[in-house]
Design a protein around this ligand. Structure first.
Ligand SMILES: Cc1cc2nc3c(=O)[nH]c(=O)nc-3n(C[C@H](O)[C@H](O)[C@H](O)COP(=O)(O)OP(=O)(O)OC[C@H]3O[C@@H](n4cnc5c(N)ncnc54)[C@H](O)[C@@H]3O)c2cc1C
Length: 417
């Protein structure tokens, strides 16, 4: 079924009786040409591009819960291409271009809104760092403007510009950045993959990876053994656990990141704003809720919920930046399991096992990466060679030290990425 404005109107007039399910609910087959473990954003996008770009249609996505139950449905939906280092720059730039064509490519409304992102700075040193980052973005072909204090005031008059500890000096403005509806992205890719023949198998946990003579031959699942000569591990926060099934120890730690949403308010924040002196970022959803987040919780965990000290810390940072939000009532908070890599940059690579591929290390930023990650992972699985914009995302950089991409300059200190 194709979606269109006309279709919505016709269905409304007919009592919305003819909509069909977005995807089938197939039984797993005994054999596939490729298996993708994980039905999050990255796994679903990988399956979609395997079918769309490489004609591989005998593919299964195995998801232990329901599609979109992981971080893809838990993030704060920020989409941007404002990275500074070679390796990351070209990848996220490619991703943003895919975002810009996503709704047409998927025939799905993911509510992509390029409302602009403003990263605030609060010192001369930070201004220099943002000027460098902005220049790198422009060199990459993306958009960046360095705003002075008055320039920021014109766009975001409600901020506290004269906070004694953190006065606002200016901001780096990235107009093509913004937000999208996170679970719609999962649904859009799922529907597109299903339409191209991919089997999306929910409630199917992978419990083992079968390797014979250095080559992957399939997986064990809670719904039986499934054979395939190519298997992609795309499980974000659970990467270490799933890779361990193939005897691998990954340079990944799993940490909790929390997010918060207030009651619905009239439109008040029409950009994404980040606080440069603390870890705090905020946008307003189309329903009116203020959506915000900040630092990781301070310990590694597989729990999908956070603790109160970080809630207090994030809300304090928000109040410092925009005291007006103190009047809003907090509606919900939740947590997701982040796959933190030591240099804050991801991994999309082959493993030492033939036919076994790895996609992880997305840290805070894997939502905006969804299209390019799926595109590059599909390219890797189909051709056995890395895609040119993901060449830097090698697993062995953590063993050799060559090619590390320490975007934030914070090394292995996860809480500072
Ligand atoms: C609070 C929060 C805010 C965030 N904000 C942003 C943001 O603003 N911008 C941004 O770019 N990024 C953000 N992120 C990061 C982003 O959400 C993640 O990096 C990204 O979603 C991870 O990739 P994914 O969608 O594939 O993960 P997931 O949706 O977690 O997918 C992994 C899937 O694998 C499945 N799985 C695990 N183990 C198995 C198994 N053994 N067998 C089968 N299936 C398995 C899981 O059930 C899960 O569905 C945020 C994350 C959180 C938690």
């Amino acid at each position: 079924m194709r979606f269109s404005g006309l279709r919505v109107i016709t269905e409304a007039l007919r009592g919305n009786k003819s909509w069909t399910p977005h995807w089938r609910n197939p039984e797993p087959k005994a054999h596939y040409d490729a298996i993708v473990i994980g039905g999050g954003g990255h796994g679903l996008a990988t399956a979609f591009y395997l079918a769309e770009n490489h004609g591989l249609r005998n593919v299964a996505v195995l998801e232990k819960g329901y599609l979109g139950s992981g971080n893809i449905g838990r993030n704060t939906t920020i989409v941007r291409a404002n990275y500074g280092l070679p390796g990351n720059s070209e990848f996220y730039s490619h991703s943003l271009k895919l975002w810009e064509g996503m709704e047409g490519a998927l025939n799905y409304n993911v509510m992509h809104s390029q409302r602009g992102i403003i990263n605030l700075f609060h010192s001369d040193g930070q201004r220099d760092a943002y000027a460098r980052r902005g220049n790198a973005m422009i060199n990459q072909g993306d958009d960046a403007f360095l705003l002075d204090r008055e320039g920021v005031r014109k766009i975001l008059p409600y901020l506290d510009f004269d906070n004694t500890r953190f006065p606002i000096y200016g901001g780096l403005y990235h107009p093509r950045g913004g937000t999208a509806r996170h679970d719609a992205v999962a649904w859009g890719y799922a529907r597109g993959a299903d339409k191209r023949g991919v089997d999306l198998i929910q409630n199917c946990e992978v419990t083992g990876i079968d390797v014979d003579n250095g080559k992957v031959v399939g997986v064990q699942t809670t719904r039986g053994a499934i054979r395939a000569p190519k298997v992609g591990i795309v499980v974000a926060g659970r990467s270490s656990q799933v890779a361990a099934m193939a005897g691998m120890r990954l340079p990944i730690e799993s940490h909790i990141l929390q997010a918060f949403v207030t009651e619905g308010l009239k439109p008040v924040i029409d950009h994404v704003v980040t606080f440069g002196a603390g870890h705090f970022y905020i946008s307003q959803s189309d329903k009116g809720g203020l959506v915000f987040g900040g630092d990781l919780d301070y310990y590694a965990s597989y729990a999908q919920r956070g603790n109160l000290p970080i809630a207090e810390h994030v809300i304090e940072a928000g109040m410092t930046l925009m005291p007006m939000i103190g009047k809003a009532k907090l509606l919900r908070s939740w947590g997701g399991i982040m796959d933190m890599s030591p240099d804050g940059s991801p991994i999309i690579d082959k493993t030492h096992i033939d036919g076994l591929y790895l996609n992880c290390g997305w840290c805070y930023g894997g939502f905006k990466a969804v299209p390019a990650s799926g595109w590059c992972m599909a390219h890797l699985m189909a051709t056995d060679t890395p895609h040119e914009v993901a060449r830097g995302y090698r697993l062995d950089r953590f063993a050799t030290g060559r090619g590390l991409m320490d975007e934030e300059g914070t090394g292995s200190q996860h809480n500072l990425h």
